[in-house]
Design a protein around this ligand. Structure first.
Ligand code: 7RM
Length: 650
């Protein structure tokens, strides 16, 4: 059977150019292109001036200490992120301004917090954490759905100098336990469950399973989201959040943190099975996220800003919590699914709160496109002024749809390239300056130097594909990998020398200097904007007794960008079956979490391998994409390629 014709373009084609609308340009925060030259020539000064936007207890002695690849920003500066996101706005007369709007999935369930109210909640939680024995420097792990206590919890941790580590709620107990253990957390904050598509889902059961394997955890805080009567807490270990905060003081003096003290850890998939604890610090991170938030989204005092990411990912940290709140922006968080109770929920939320800035992901946009314009068309989206995209390349067709159907043809789209590691947006339009080309994240933010290198480290001429690199440190960059600076050096600063950051993305620059990012070049899959390690999935598969060997590759998918597909060699004489496929998918789901489940499992007698026995995933990838396998002459077993080709096309 021939491969099905895709109705959505996945290849990048250059088309129309969209200039900033005159009116938008006139009113934009940043509309003088001279800013690029200024930041380029006065690089450290530029960032020092931008750090002044924050309130410091003590100014830094030195802007940057670059002992490649180790950076220190705002050396000896003293600052608190929670103070900067809340207290100073209260002190500046914005106590009654709405800071956080939380929209629950059940319709009619929502909450909102002014900056003063947020301050009270954060202080109570911070004092509660202290009561549990949390001290400056102790890592607190959060395993939560999108409840307001998650945002409050991050700020409470920041207030007392306890780094947070948020593990996405879709991860399994095994994945959570790995992350808790790696960070040596003594406290776990979780929930009894959450709502998803109107159903009540468990979370507490996962937490309990995790706790069997996490001896470091002494205290557990449970958020009572579902009012469950059927769970029993362990005396001395577990406390309900509402009990913990009930009688806490509304005052909690923010810790004076060093600019370089750890603000948080964020675990991310790498090319080996073990997740990497990306370490972010305080002063530079807050400078970078708040500045990019203001400039990229052209933030104004009265904006109602909504980033649809989950706080379990870096996008939620930087652009739901820290960036917006540091800028005193009203930020929305939504608990649930985009299709509950109907496929118009996002548009209903925009109408309800009169959202002005929307930041979402291409995978969501493609889904909305598929559902059709009748859903957005019945809602009032006229308040929108700007749209954002993040997580993967946006195909021009989805871009045009977003622009036309959601933005009414009048909103600039900011396609923002960045990573967990970069902490802040690095390649992006400035909407009052940059002309847009659908599919391109356009140009490096002022002060950022990006380039495309070939394998030997030569800067490539326009339109030649190569590797995306960053040639200068930036304030929100990761400082290291938790307890593993060797891996930090090897993963990011090894390819071209210790002062060139290797992003792991393939890209090209066009004749106008615009960047076109193609995607990951390593063994990391981008599934619906979420990073998954193929190695992690492979080790989950070989963990099953029936499996001898496994390879996982990404297969292009209209909605999710890519989905994982597994190739499996079974033990001994065992034969593949639909039941076994189901079992293996479930097994991976259990070890990694539902997001890690392969879309399909192909049983095979062999895998394409080099003479030295290395699995050639590149060939499997091409088969999945319906492309020619290319040169197979270096294979030990070229005949397997034809065999697999037949199997895949069946
Ligand atoms: C923010 C985030 C990072 C990876 C990155 C890219 C891909 C992200 C874009 C993009 C093309 C974009 N952090 N990516 N944004 N590719 N255009 N605008 O997603 O750590 O989870 O992922 O995502 O491959 O390396 S992340």
């Amino acid at each position: 059977m021939a491969k099905k014709e895709s109705h959505i373009k996945t290849t990048m084609e250059e088309g129309e150019i969209y200039h900033p609308p005159e009116e938008f340009k006139k009113n934009a925060n940043i509309n003088d292109p001279g800013i690029y030259k200024y930041a380029e020539e006065n690089y450290e000064e530029f960032w020092a001036e931008k750090a002044e936007r924050l309130d410091w207890y003590q100014k830094w002695d030195k802007v940057l200490e670059w002992d490649a690849p180790f950076a220190k920003w705002f050396v000896n500066g003293k600052i608190n992120a929670s103070y900067n996101c809340i207290d100073r706005h209260v002190e500046n007369g914005k106590g009654d301004k709405t800071a956080l709007i939380w929209e629950g999935e059940p319709i009619d369930e929502s909450k909102s917090y002014t900056f003063s109210e947020l301050k009270d909640e954060v202080c109570k939680f911070a004092n509660g954490l202290k009561e549990l024995g949390v001290e400056k420097g102790d890592v607190v792990t959060f395993y939560l759905p999108m409840v307001p206590e998650l945002a409050i919890g991050l700020l409470a941790c920041a207030r007392i100098g306890a780094p947070h580590s948020v593990v996405f709620g879709g991860f399994s107990p095994t994945a959570l336990a790995d992350r808790v253990q790696d960070s040596d957390s003594k406290v776990l904050v979780t929930a009894d469950g959450y709502y998803r598509r109107g159903k009540k889902l468990n979370m507490w059961e996962n937490a309990l399973e995790t706790l069997e394997n996490t001896p470091s955890v002494e205290k557990v805080v449970v958020i009572d989201r579902l009012n469950r009567e059927d769970i029993s807490l362990t005396e001395g270990r577990d406390t309900y959040y509402h009990d913990l905060v009930e009688n806490q003081s509304l005052e909690c003096e923010p810790e004076k943190m060093d600019a370089e003290d750890m603000l948080f850890l964020m675990y991310t998939s790498g090319t080996t099975g073990k997740p990497k604890g990306v370490q972010h610090t305080t002063g530079g991170y807050l400078t970078g996220t708040s500045l990019t938030h203001e400039w990229v989204f052209d933030i104004k005092e009265d904006d109602i800003y909504w980033c649809t990411a989950d706080i379990g990912w870096i996008t939620g940290h930087s652009y739901i919590v820290y960036g917006p709140l540091a800028n005193a922006t009203t930020t929305i968080m939504y608990e649930g699914s985009p299709d509950y109770p109907e496929k118009d929920r996002f548009w209903k939320i925009i109408e309800k709160y009169k959202v002005t800035k929307l930041y979402t992901a291409p995978t969501a946009i493609r889904l909305f496109m598929k559902w059709g314009r009748k859903y957005p068309d019945t809602c009032d989206l006229s308040t929108l002024k700007l749209l954002g995209s993040v997580g993967e390349p946006i195909n021009p067709k989805a871009w045009e749809w977003y622009h036309e159907v959601i933005g009414g043809g009048k909103c600039p789209i900011v396609d923002t390239w960045w990573q967990t590691e970069t902490g802040m947006i690095l390649i992006t339009p400035l909407p009052g300056i940059t002309s847009l080309k659908p599919g391109s994240a356009t140009k490096p933010f002022p002060g950022i130097q990006a380039d495309i290198y070939d394998a030997a480290g030569n800067s490539l001429p326009p339109n030649q594909g190569g590797y995306l690199v960053l040639k200068r440190p930036w304030p929100a960059m990761l400082r290291t990998l938790y307890n593993d600076s060797d891996r930090y050096k090897k993963t990011y600063w090894n390819e071209y020398g210790s002062d060139i950051y290797f992003a792991g993305d393939g890209a090209r620059q066009d004749e106008d200097g615009y960047f076109w990012v193609v995607g990951r070049i390593d063994d990391v899959l981008n599934v619906a904007g979420h990073r998954l390690s193929t190695m992690e999935m492979e080790s989950a598969l070989v963990d099953h007794p029936a499996v001898a060997e496994a390879a996982v590759v990404g297969k292009p998918d209209d909605l999710k960008g890519h989905v994982p597909v597994a190739y499996v060699i079974l033990e001994g004489e065992r034969e593949g079956s639909d039941e076994l496929e189901k079992e293996l998918r479930a097994h991976v789901g259990k070890i990694i979490g539902p997001i890690g489940k392969p879309a399909a499992v192909n049983f095979t007698r062999d895998l394409p391998k080099t003479r030295s026995g290395k699995i050639m995933r590149r060939i499997l990838k091409k088969l999945e994409a319906g492309e020619e396998a290319g040169d197979t002459s270096t294979l030990r077993n070229p005949e397997i390629v034809e065999e697999l080709k037949k199997q895949v096309s069946n």
